[in-house]
Ligand binder design. Structure first.
Ligand code: ADP
Length: 261
């Protein structure tokens, strides 16, 4: 227990440090983006210069995205759960996700029309899908297929492992399967660790999956990952159905679950 408390204190001071830094960086980057945009405007008759400004803008934007992830992670942001039909939420983000994946990756969505609603924070679910799709994209540098499916299932027995404590009951599952390079067993065992990344310097923060883990935990769900090196990876995100949450009067994160609709 003492070790756990020490670990929690360490994480708390790390969180404070990180969110302070991330906040300052965000301001710096926002300033850079503004100046780069002005530069682009003034250099409209000098294509090379305009191009350099555009590069500055996109790099700063990339940095801002990373610091946003850091902030979400460090703050453990608060949930605003509402009743959600996951098929609709996914369908609404498909356009954005396919832009993110680029033209060489085919995206397939196979919804199960009978899935129940869940209580969830839509912004956080979108962030989660985005993080998983960015990883899938990075694992498929030569293109491939990303398959998103939904299912219902009944978890017969709750379980507790190092990562998740789960209650038995009805769940909805989103699986995200890529045909990418897969992971080694070592990566598979460490992938939710904050700051764990196999990507090069400036490429990965190692926070994408730590954020996904935090989001799923706050929603009382769990994640199962399977991966075959050279063949691909499947993330199964499981969330308890809304009825289940309401019946057991569960709390989502810090915020009370709204009354059943
Ligand atoms: P980052 O993407 O910044 O490296 P993440 O926490 O999102 O951080 O991922 C941690 C590591 O997990 C990645 O560096 C990568 O090695 C591995 N990983 C995550 N998703 C996949 C995937 N779909 N296929 C292969 N490896 C993956």
């Amino acid at each position: 227990l003492q070790k756990q408390v020490q670990q929690a204190q360490k994480m708390e001071s790390l969180g404070l440090l990180v969110s302070g830094l991330a906040h300052d960086f965000n301001n710096l980057l926002a300033g850079m983006m503004g100046y780069a945009q002005q530069g682009m405007k003034h250099a409209s008759d000098q294509p090379e210069l305009a191009d350099s400004f555009r590069h500055i803008f996109t790099r700063a934007e990339q940095g801002a995205r990373m610091t946003r992830q850091l902030l979400t992670f460090a703050r453990g942001s608060r949930l605003e759960p509402i009743r959600i039909q996951l098929n609709d939420l996914i369908a609404q983000t498909l356009g954005f996700l396919s832009t993110l994946l680029g033209p060489t990756i085919k995206i397939e969505f196979v919804p199960d029309p009978d899935i129940a609603d869940v209580y969830a924070d839509p912004t956080q679910l979108e962030q989660m899908l985005m993080n998983l799709c960015i990883n899938a994209r990075d694992a498929m540098p030569h293109g491939g297929t990303l398959m998103i499916q939904t299912h219902s299932f009944q978890l017969q027995q709750g379980k507790q492992d190092a990562r998740f404590t789960t209650q038995p009951g009805p769940y909805v599952q989103i699986t995200i399967t890529d045909t990418g390079e897969g992971m080694s067993p070592e990566t598979l065992s460490r992938l939710f660790e904050p700051f764990f990344t196999t990507k090069g310097v400036g490429q990965g923060t190692g926070l994408g999956l730590a954020v996904v883990y935090g989001i799923i935990q706050q929603h009382h769900g769990f994640i199962e990952v399977t991966s075959q090196p050279g063949e691909g990876t499947c993330f199964a995100l499981c969330l308890p159905v809304a009825e289940q949450i309401a019946r057991e009067d569960m709390m989502l994160g810090e915020i009370e679950v709204p009354e059943k609709a």
